[in-house]
Design a protein around this ligand. Structure first.
Ligand code: UN1
Length: 498
């Protein structure tokens, strides 16, 4: 398949702009540094209009039976199947992720659509044994209202779909504020949404709110939005949390990770190296699930490092749409500066760069995948923060206890992994005294989760859960109901009144 330009892809997808009349949001190809299209942000008045349209649609949508709502999402999934390659390529053009990962991201959208369609027949409540005669006690789930969805550049389409596919079958309407770095991906998805909405009388269920930080702030303060789902940095997440909380709204936060992998003596090193390399280098280290810290048991530290260096040597860096390339550019020049600053800090703190560490001298935002052998974890503060770049810090540890202590010491708590053939060690890692993360894997890397499980993390990662399992409950309101079908009025707790 030849490479198309962003403009051609938008044309093929039938995109007309969904922007407003505010500031221009420029899409820049991180591989070349060339501008490749633009849309305009919404003004406040245009934002208010989209919220009002959503609210009006909500009145009808919340009463449409959930399996009928699922039909909209099924159509969206089918349309995504048809346009998987095109949309995947557009993701690569805007984010710099390689073709397989761009297409994989669209597959993740298709998967969540399938999941949500099934879910549309399973939004079940509970019937609870009542203590009173002739009474029924139950819980049911109702649609919540318009949901604000704020997404990041690194998964410019999938994270929207985790939220929107579920919210739509739950009976909510969605307002999407995408990253200003990926405006074209968002208008492309919105065009597909518009097409299926027209078939299902669902205009207003999915709408786009393009812009920078400003419309994100409007959403935080907007009492018409009972829920704001935010994916992004811990710093911005903190602001979102407090602004939404101050109006007693709800947030669903998916913030930074600082994910660790532990490799114990006796582990399958070939498998571990493959998983760690994908985890640390995939998406050029720009996943929230990227492997950033590696804890290796002393006896295997030298051979594991040698194997990692050998694997890193084989990684082709370049145009993410070129066959055989495994690592594309970082998203912006600022991201490159952060990479360099982290490498410099690591060196200053006693780290030894074992592989990479340099910015490539070519157009685009290219850096080398980087392995840094670090001194003790507690005297290496750069490893306590998330740098959104392909830097892996490697620590030697005496045993699982030391690894776990260091692993859990950081403020973030998204994803984690252990590589071991010891059942005892694996179970310890998954136990209440093991990994403190929302995701904990055995003999599988920290990134690349399937959509069937709940996705999210603890501590400063924000506590939200999206995607599979019972994450749908975040998009609904719970109602507890007592129905008295008798002729007496027994009171709970046996109270006699009068
Ligand atoms: C993110 O980086 O924000 O588990 C999401 C993964 C992907 C999603 C990452 N399924 O790596």
């Amino acid at each position: 398949m030849g490479t198309l330009k962003a403009k051609d892809i938008l044309e093929r997808l039938g995109v007309s702009t969904h922007g407003g009349s505010g500031d221009a949001l420029e899409s820049v190809n991180p591989t070349t540094g060339a501008p490749q299209g633009r849309i305009r942000a919404l003004t406040r008045a245009e934002y208010d209009q989209r919220v009002e349209t959503g609210l009006r649609k909500f009145d009808e949508w919340r009463l449409r039976p959930a399996p009928r709502r699922g039909e909209l999402v099924r159509s969206l999934g089918e349309l995504l199947r048809q346009h998987k390659e095109l949309l995947g390529e557009l993701v690569s053009l805007e984010t710099g992720k390689i073709r397989a990962e761009g297409i994989g991201e669209v597959q993740e959208m298709i998967d969540i659509c399938d999941f949500a369609v099934g879910l549309s027949r399973q939004l079940h409540g509970l019937t609870i044994a009542s203590e009173r005669p002739c009474h029924r006690l139950m819980e049911q789930w109702h649609p919540l209202g318009p949901v604000g969805i704020v997404t990041a550049f690194n998964f410019p389409v999938a994270v929207w779909s985790w939220n929107a596919a579920l919210a739509a079958v739950c009976g909510d309407v969605c307002l999407w504020k995408p990253s200003p770095l990926t405006p074209l991906c968002s208008v492309a998805v919105q065009a597909l949404c518009d097409r299926v909405a027209a078939e299902h009388d669902a205009a207003g269920v999915f709408s786009l709110v393009p812009g920078g930080a400003e419309p994100g702030g409007w959403m935080c303060d907007d009492a018409r939005l009972p829920l704001v789902s935010f994916t992004g940095s811990i710093a911005i997440g903190r602001q979102v949390a407090s602004r939404v909380a101050s109006r007693l709204g709800r947030t669903l936060l998916e913030l930074g990770g600082n994910n660790g992998a532990i490799v114990l003596e006796g582990a399958d090193l070939e498998l571990a190296v493959r998983a760690i390399t994908f985890g640390a280098v995939g998406t050029a280290g720009q996943r929230c699930t990227t492997t950033r810290r590696l804890f290796v048991q002393r006896g295997i530290a030298a051979p594991l490092l040698d194997k990692l260096v050998a694997a890193y040597r084989t990684i082709r860096i370049g145009d993410p749409l070129e066959e055989g390339v495994l690592m594309g550019p970082l998203v912006t020049a600022t991201a490159v500066e952060r990479f360099s600053a982290a490498v410099a800090a690591a060196r200053a703190q006693g780290g030894e760069v074992r592989f990479g560490g340099r910015v490539l001298d070519r157009p685009g935002n290219f850096v080398e995948p980087t392995l840094i052998v670090a001194p003790r974890h507690d005297s290496f503060p750069i490893a306590w923060e998330e740098t959104f770049a392909p830097i892996l810090y490697v620590f030697e540890v005496a045993d699982l206890e030391e690894a776990l202590r260091a692993h859990n010491a950081v403020p973030q708590g998204l994803s984690s992994a252990i590589f071991t053939d010891s059942l005892r060690a694996a179970e310890r890692f998954l136990s209440a005294s093991g990994s403190d993360c929302g995701i904990a894997n055995v003999n599988a890397g920290t990134s690349g989760a399937e959509i069937g499980g709940a996705f999210g993390g603890e501590k400063e990662t924000g506590g939200g859960r999206e995607s599979g399992s019972d994450a749908w409950k975040a998009y609904m309101r719970r109602q507890t109901s007592t129905v008295n079908w008798g002729r007496d009025l027994p009171l709970a707790q046996g109270i006699q009144f009068g």
